[in-house]
Design a protein around this ligand. Structure first.
Ligand code: SF4
Length: 124
């Protein structure tokens, strides 16, 4: 086994079957076994080479009855950019009315990912 060869086990979360995957990386080469379909291989490769997550958080809402607004990204964001996004979210202040799905931060850091509201809040 070469020094950068590494085997990891993970569960594919793409569909409810939840295949147990064995993923071996050797430099840039990724070998996946245990997947019942090609989507599992794609999932494992992305997890090993450039993991991404949908981010959920809350930001300030200028409404005394609902001081926090739940927000989320509309697509998965690369791990290394999550901290930077959260810093923006925590300094964000939204004035109602706001609708579910309304874009609050557009195309964050040129990733094509938007931050959207997870709730509708009407004005008083
Ligand atoms: S490998 Fe395919 S069948 Fe297995 S959990 Fe992933 S998507 Fe579902």
């Amino acid at each position: 086994m070469s020094p950068d060869k590494n085997t990891k086990e993970m569960i594919c979360i793409v569909c409810p079957v939840g295949c147990h995957l064995q993923v071996t990386t050797d430099g840039e080469e990724v070998k996946v076994t245990g997947n019942r379909c090609s989507r599992g291989e794609e999932y494992a490769r992305e997890e090993m080479l450039s993991p991404k997550r949908v981010v959920t958080a809350t930001c300030r809402l200028e409404d005394p009855q609902h001081p926090r607004l739940p927000v989320k990204t509309d697509a998965p964001l690369p791990f290394e950019q999550i901290e930077e996004l959260l810093a923006e979210v925590y300094s964000l202040s939204v004035k109602p009315p706001v609708k579910v799905g309304q874009v609050l931060i557009e195309d964050f850091a040129a990733t094509g990912v938007n931050l959207v509201s997870s709730r509708t809040i009407q004005t008083q």
